[in-house]
Write a new protein. Sequence first.
Length: 630
Amino acid sequence: MKVLQLDVEDMAYELMEPEASVYEESVEKKFRVEDAVVMLVSVEKGDNKKIATRAIDETTGFMQKQKRKLLLIYPFAHLSRNLESPKKAMDILDFMSKYASGKCDTIKAPFGWNKKWSIRIKGHPLAEQLKSFADETGVSSPSEKERDGGEKEEISEAIKQEEKVKSTWYILTPEGELVPRGEFDDSGHENLRKFADYEITKVRTYQQVPPHIKLMQKLQLVDYEPGSDQGNMRFYPNGRLIKGLLERYVTERTVAFGAIEVETPIMYDYDHPALKEYLNRFPSRHYIVKSDNKEFFLRFSADFGQFLLMSDATVSYKQLPFRFYEITRYSFRRELSGELTGLKRLRAFTMPDMHTMCADLDQAKEEFKRQFDFCMSVLDEIGIEKGSYEAAIRMTEEFWKGNDDFIKFLVRTFGKPVLIEMWNFRYAYFDPKFEFNIVDSMGKATALSTVQMDHENGRRYNMTYIDANSNRQFPIILHDSPSGAIERVIYALLEQAAEAEKAGKTPSLPLWLSPTQVRLVPLADRHLDRCTEIAAAMKEKGIRADIDDTDSSLNKKIRNAEQNWVPFVCVIGDKEMESGKLAVRIRGNPKQREMSVEELAQEIVDSVGNMPKASLSLSTLLSKRPIFRG
C-alpha cells in the first residue's frame, strides 16, 4: 500500500464521471474539507486489513500530534503500478474508513470516479509524507525502479538481504552480562530504552516537527531548498561557518590520528566489475545518472574511490595499520521520502570517511578498539555529551561466539550498557560494526560515529599488502566515520540544546561553534568607535565579535542577542569608556561580570582551546547584514 499523507488547509473535489466499470454511487457531487489530513491511497496486490490498520494507525497518530480532527481517505491510483483489483481495493478502503471512524471524524471519497480537485497544503516540513506499507514489517520500500513519481533508482542486494535477516536483541553490561532485551531492567537507562525501542520497532517517521528544524531556521543556519530534490539543504552564512569548523576539526583530528588525506570523484561506472559487486553488498539506495550512454552512480561514501586508489598502491606489512581519509562533499543516498527529516536524514550530505588496512583479525580488533576510543573523544571535543548518545554493536552470532571478549572490552570502554544486535547471517560486507546514536527529544535515534570491520572488499578490489615473506595478502579493512555526517552533528547539537531547554536550562551551542561569540552593544553613536576597537582586538585573538549598531532599543538589542544564542554580550556606554572595564552578560548566568577586554578574551581563548577558529561569516556591523529568513 502506498499512501501520500497531506496536512491540508483545505481540499475541494468534484465528481466528473465514472472512470471504471466498478465505482461507488454518490448523490453528492461536490465536497470540501478544511484543516484536515488527507490520505491519497493506492491499494496494491496483497494488501490486507493488517496493512490497512497499520496505515490508519500511523496517520491518526500524526493527527493527534498535529491536533487535527478530520481525516479524508481519497482513492488515488497514481502512486503504484502494482494495483489491486477494483473490487478488492474498494473493500480495503471501506475497511480503512470504518476503522478510522472509530478514532476520528472520517470521510471517504467515492471510488472509481474521475475527479476535479484543488488543494492547499500546510507549510511545515511534515505536511507531505509518502509512505509504503507491507505485510511483514509494516513499512517497506517502494519498488526497485520506480518511486516518488518515477525517478530511477537501484536497490542493492544487501538491502533485500537486510529485510530477510533475523535479528536477536540483547543488552550487554559493562560487567560483561548479556541480557535478552526483554529481560533487562531499564531503570536509570531511559535513553537506552528509547533507543532500543526505536531500533526494534523501526518506526522512522516523525509525527510532529522535530525541534532542530525550528532551531536551524530560527537561528538562520540551515533551511530547505525548494529548487532542489528533497533532502538537499541550503546553508546560510552562519550555518556554513559551523559546518566548515566541524569539517576542519574532524579532518585535523583524523590526520593527527595517523590518516593520510586523499580526494576522489563523486560518480563511478556502474558496470565496473568490483564496484557493481560491492554495490550489492552495501545496504543503501543510490542515484543513477547517464553520460555518453553509460550509467554512473553517485557515491554514497568514500569507499569506491579510496578502494580503487589503494588497489594501485604498494603497501608493506610494516606500514599497517594503514589509514586513508577523505571528507566527502557530497555523498548521496536515495533515502525514502517519508524518512527525510531536517538534518537528520538527507539525500546529499558531507561524510568524514577513514579506511584502515589491517593485516589480520587480531590487528583489526586492536585498531577497532583504538578507533572506538577515538570516536568517543571526537564527539566529546565537539560538544556532544555522552549522556545524549547510546551505543549499538551489531554482529553475526558466529562472530560473537569467537570474539565475545573483544566485544565486552568495547562495552567496558563505553562505560554503560550497550544495545547488541545479533544476526543469523552476514547480509553485508561488515561484521561487526558499532555506532554511537544520538537519541533526540522525540525518542528517535540517529547514528553518528561508526566503525565497521570489512571482510570482503580487500579481495573484491584486489587491495593487497606485502607480508614478511614478500607475498601479497588481502587485508581486513575498517570503515570509520569519526563523527558521522557533518549535517547530523549539527542536528545532534541542536537537539541536545532543545533537550536542555526542555529541562529548564538555557539552550546554547558550544562556544567554539557559536557564529558570534561576543556581541558588543553601544549605548550611543559616540560609543561605536570603542566597540570597533574591541571587536578588532578580539579578532586578533581569533574571537568572533560583532556590533549591534542598529536603531533598536537597548532591551531589543539584548533580546536579539539572547534569541541568537550569543554567549557573551557587552553593553558599552560612558561608564565602560571611562573605566576600561566591560559589564559582561554570560549566556545561562543571571549575574553580570565585570571584566577587562583582555580578561574576557583570555577566558574565551582558554575555553575554545585548540579547536579550529574562523572569522565572522557576516559583516561586523549588524546594520550591514541581510536577513535570510524573516
